[in-house]
Design a protein around this ligand. Structure first.
Ligand SMILES: Cc1cc2nc3c(=O)[nH]c(=O)nc-3n(C[C@H](O)[C@H](O)[C@H](O)COP(=O)(O)O)c2cc1C
Length: 370
């Protein structure tokens, strides 16, 4: 019997997670007009067989101009909702893994090329480009077409779009919603003094900069069924002089906790090209630890977590309650199986694959994944 914490169950609100491994949201740039395609059945389908506790659907835009690229998924129309519903039906036929969704608006980082097409902004007058919007008319990188500054009416529209998308997510029976307030996208742009130069009650002091992201949280929380988690993904720091930092992140996490936030997922960076990120194994874990020490709600650590003992140590030392994997699980979609084998734990696998259990790890599989 394994004693690894990685394979102990955990509750986030009323959602029961079978272990501590969650799959982080990952954009696939493979949607059409916001609608999921067959690629999403393949991508989400294979990850849903991995034995992780939770699968998070990629950053899904709440408005068309909130998409990072024109290949992003959206949840802003009936067409988007039906396409996602079809994908979920296929995946759920063969896996009972709970599925969450990350709701997002890219703000000034919208209207870009997919990574394999060279990233970078597409100007509004170019094919597949559009005028972006942000708290202040400051472009992400110098030389880019600046965003349009959001007025109060625009902000109400964006806030309501988050709530509408959460309502659609509830109809799709998604297990949890994660609000994207990290990586330099719209809500992070409101938080960071490097992107927010507003002189109204949504800019200036920390309290003012947090105001819009907190309003979005409250509207989203109200639109999603009670007991089903609404979490927030934050950047713990901009890694840049004069920017958002861990002290402000802690204040934001506490404000979210007071408003009923279910968990905080701690990432970092993405706000400015001037960032100096000290990447390396577990490089964001100290940020998760700092948040964990300041709140009572669950905290998720992410970023270059690749090894089984490394993941176990993050949980064992109490730095975080859950670990999230992105590139690690794309590279090795059976990472949770291998981790379970390493720790002598049991894990769920689909019936069709039960015969793959290696003879030296008898009792690895629990059986039916469906
Ligand atoms: C292909 C890819 C797509 C990503 N898309 C998203 C996304 O939609 N939303 C998000 O918050 N982070 C996104 N990220 C960041 C990951 O969720 C994760 O935070 C980051 O890659 C660090 O974890 P890792 O070292 O396990 O990859 C993406 C990362 C990759 C590699």
């Amino acid at each position: 019997m394994s004693t690894a914490k990685l394979f102990t169950p955990f509750h986030v609100d009323r959602l029961l997670l079978a272990n501590r491994i969650v799959i982080a949201p990952m954009c696939q740039y493979s949607a059409e007009e916001g609608r999921m395609t067959d690629w999403h059945v393949i991508h989400l389908g294979h990850l849903a067989l991995s034995g992780a506790a939770l699968l998070t659907i990629e950053a899904t835009a709440v408005t068309p101009d909130g998409r990072i690229t024109d290949g992003d998924t959206g949840l802003y129309s009936d067409d988007c909702e039906s396409a996602m519903g079809r994908t979920l039906d296929s995946v759920r036929r063969w896996s009972d893994m709970p599925i969450a969704i990350q709701l997002a608006h890219a703000g000034r980082k919208a209207s870009t090329k997919a990574p394999w097409k060279g990233r970078g902004q597409i100007a509004p007058d170019q094919p597949h480009g559009w005028l972006t919007e942000a708290p202040s008319p400051l472009p992400f990188a110098s030389g880019e077409h600046p965003p349009r500054s959001l007025d109060r009416e625009d902000m109400r529209r964006v806030r309501d779009a988050f709530a509408d998308a959460a309502g659609r997510a509830a109809r799709l029976d998604l297990a949890a919603v994660q609000i994207h307030a990290a990586h330099g996208y719209l809500l992070h742009q409101f938080l960071s003094p490097l992107a927010n130069r507003r002189d109204d009650e949504y800019g200036g002091t920390l309290e003012n900069r947090m105001r819009f992201p907190l309003e979005v949280f409250e509207a989203t929380r109200a639109a999603f069924p009670a007991g089903r988690p609404v979490s927030v993904r934050v950047s713990g720091t901009d890694w840049a002089e004069g920017g958002w930092d861990i002290e402000q992140t802690i204040a934001f996490a506490q404000a979210l906790e007071q408003r009923g936030c279910s968990a905080i997922h701690v990432s970092s960076g993405g706000l400015t090209p001037a960032q100096k990120v000290p990447t390396g194994p577990s490089y964001q874990v100290p940020l998760a630890r700092a948040v964990k020490q300041a709140v009572r709600i669950p905290v998720v650590a992410v970023g270059l977590i690749t090894e089984f003992e490394q993941a176990e140590a993050i949980l064992g030392t109490g730095d975080a309650d859950l670990i999230a994997l992105a590139r690690t699980i794309l590279y090795d979609p059976r990472w949770p199986w291998h981790a379970a084998a390493h720790f002598g734990a049991r894990i769920k696998a689909p019936n069709q694959y039960l015969r793959s259990q290696p003879s030296h790890v008898a009792h690895l599989f629990e059986g039916s994944g469906g």
